[in-house]
Design a protein around this ligand. Structure first.
Ligand SMILES: C[S@@+](CC[C@H](N)C(=O)[O-])C[C@H]1O[C@@H](n2cnc3c(N)ncnc32)[C@H](O)[C@@H]1O
Length: 352
């Protein structure tokens, strides 16, 4: 219990400081044996503050009629954390305990971050330019709800330049860091797109989409609005999102399904940390073979620890920090780094 209390204190002091409600909730949980005991319901690997915070948020978004919702801007609340919050939180947790326990026993936090498309868009443009093929086919590996399959339907604002689908309902702002000029423009289009995931989110399942919302922080209204707009777009787009227990085994059948002449691109963003060492070795071997035999291009947006072997880390611009490294592996070329970016795409430092 001490370890779990420390994790909540750490979240309040370091990880969650941008959200005043989460700071207050985490401090309250850390000091409350009853609330901490709730975490015993979660499997040992899932006993993290994020899971309880999302479970509480989900109940609020589901419409729970309780004064605790007044603290959640995501539910229209305007009340800032105050001395009454601990008692209200304890009461809310008692009233909602049955559903909270279900979430803790069986849930895990899940996100689908469309902000990453601000870099994905540039990377696809680069792939089309280098590879000399304008028709791209995108396989979003670990796609969650498949919202990043609409990369060509969002618009992007990097401050000094804009691109993407003019007039699109989803607008993504991404600060351009460093000295690199904007990448050269080039025409490309997505001729085919598919998402695969062992646990995909069905955008037409209200409870599943609410869980995606619940995993965002209640004060971050911009991210929530973007999620809602992207979900609305995906509902109209009917993207091909498939569940697969073994996603690696699905890469080659996907290649077989493509029209001739397209450039296949395998894309994964914040997925490989789920992989153990053996699965990573297997993925690299399969993708390496398909690159040689079928011209598959591999675009990764992951933590720098899982970058292609031998790839040196590019230097960081002032204001950037080592977070998401975008890497490109193409047949007959050395692996390259394309960019550093904020994990949610708030900034990009183009290094290609
Ligand atoms: C943090 S989410 C990222 C989702 C999406 N790529 C994005 O950038 O928003 C990680 C995703 O990886 C998926 N995942 C977990 N294990 C996987 C595996 N073995 N193969 C493929 N995807 C996996 C999860 O289900 C989840 O949807």
């Amino acid at each position: 219990m001490n370890d779990i209390a420390s994790a909540f204190r750490r979240f309040a002091d370091i990880d969650g400081t941008q959200d005043p409600l989460y700071v207050a909730i985490c401090r309250t949980v850390a000091d409350s044996p009853a609330l901490l005991a709730l975490m015993d319901e979660a499997p040992p690997t899932q006993r993290k503050p994020n899971l309880l915070l999302a479970a509480l948020h989900d109940r609020v978004l589901a419409g729970a009629d309780h004064p605790l919702r007044d603290y959640y801007p995501s539910a229209g609340g305007t009340r800032m954390p105050d001395a009454e919050l601990p008692a209200l939180l304890a009461d809310f947790a008692a009233v909602e305990s049955a559903v909270l326990v279900e979430h803790l026993r069986h849930g895990s936090t899940q996100t689908n971050e469309t902000g990453r498309c601000a870099v994905l868009w540039l990377a696809l443009q680069q792939i089309a330019r280098i590879g000399g093929r304008q028709d791209l086919a995108l396989l979003d590996f670990g796609c969650s709800a498949g919202l990043n399959l609409a990369v060509d339907q969002y618009r992007y604002d990097y401050g000094s330049f804009q691109c993407g689908a003019a007039g699109a309902p989803v607008a993504i702002a991404c600060r351009w860091l460093g000295d690199a000029p904007p990448p050269a423009e080039g025409d490309w289009r997505l001729a085919a797109r598919r998402g695969i995931d062992p646990a995909p989110i069905d955008v037409n399942d209200e409870a599943a989409v609410r869980w995606l919302r619940a995993c965002l922080w209640p004060h971050d209204r911009e991210r929530a609005a973007r999620l809602d707009a992207a979900v609305a777009l995906a509902r109209r787009g009917h993207f091909d999102v498939r569940r697969a227990d073994d996603c690696i085994a699905q890469i080659e059948p996907w290649l077989d399904s493509l029209p001739p002449g397209v450039q296949p691109v395998l894309f994964n963003s914040w997925v490989l940390y789920y992989f153990d060492a053996a699965s990573l070795v297997r993925l690299r071997a399969v993708v390496g073979r398909l690159a040689r035999e079928r011209g598959l291009v591999w675009l990764g947006a992951e933590g720098p620890g899982v970058r292609p072997s031998g790839l040196a880390l590019p230097p960081l611009a002032p204001g950037a920090e080592a977070s998401t490294l975008w890497t490109l592996e193409m047949q007959d070329r050395e692996p390259t780094a394309l960019a550093w970016s904020h994990p949610h795409g708030r900034w990009v430092q183009w290094v290609a």
